[in-house]
Design a protein around this ligand. Sequence first.
Ligand code: PEP
Ligand code: MN
Length: 332
Amino acid sequence: MIAVIKPGVTEEQLNNLIDWFKSQGLRVHISEGEYRTVLGLIGDTTKVDTDLLSGLDIIESVTRISEPFKNANRKFHPDDSVVDVSGVKIGGGNFAFIAGPCSVESESQIVEIAKEVKASGASLLRGGAFKPRTSPYDFQGLKADGIDLLLKAKEATGMPIVTEIMSTEHLPLFENVDLIQVGARNMQNFELLKALGKIDKPILLKRGLANTMKEFLMSAEYIMAGGNENIILCERGIRTYETYTRNTLDLSAVPMLKELSHLPVIVDPSHATGIARMVKPMAMAAAACGADGLMIEVHNDPKHALCDGAQSLTPEQFDDVAKRVMKIREVI
Ligand code: PEP
Ligand code: MN
């Protein structure tokens, strides 16, 4: 349920109202927008008399929220949320490129790529240390050593780092990671989501391979219900009957998720298509339909990459994509 507060209400009146909601066993989420304050009420609101509330002279309107996601709902927070990743802002008009290799392979590889993508305008460095591979015989990532190498690249370039977590057991290793990624395969790992709800680091949540937008937002809700509201949603393609592309990039998810939720939405055209030459057109299309950023795989030697070489751009190709995307941003 949400209660929209009338302009000009004093702090004391607002606090009295909030205390009353709390005394009814409800949790209150306060969203102070530029023009009005919206109170989101979480819990069993069935006993709340909406007619009585609407009659109070400090309340403009009271609405029940039918969607199962509350904290992630735009009705709870009408303005776009801006997520701050160690000084890099995403959402609310702030656009960011996250770029880097699928997997961290060596110090020289990650540091060299970091320097190149930074020079082309990327503000966050990605690189997998723990890799969710379909085959147990494929390269599984450098694990803790991979995170150490990312930290070296961060030291060399000043770029905040993004890397994927697969288990709650590994959380202590992520202490110096700026943005923790939950990959598509773990979107519904609810124990992991609950643990991430208890920390205050930003989370990059990727859409599951076969998950609806409602399920995606419910996963964000799991993290937010624990108190962590710093979430960036990432559309990375869903599985369909199509085989020419690795996945099917659901670009309609961008405007739909942004309508339903206040959270920033970025797009990963690399995993969505699986083909390097498809990355540029889909990155431009993502920017055109309102994405708040892009996550793109870049490798200095794609042919010899230990993972996802076929979809990885060279630094030169990334530079071209970044320039094109910025041109689209100017137009829109
Ligand atoms: C990744 O970004 O490294 C990754 C494995 O992506 P996804 O979870 O979208 O498959
Ligand atoms: Mn990859």
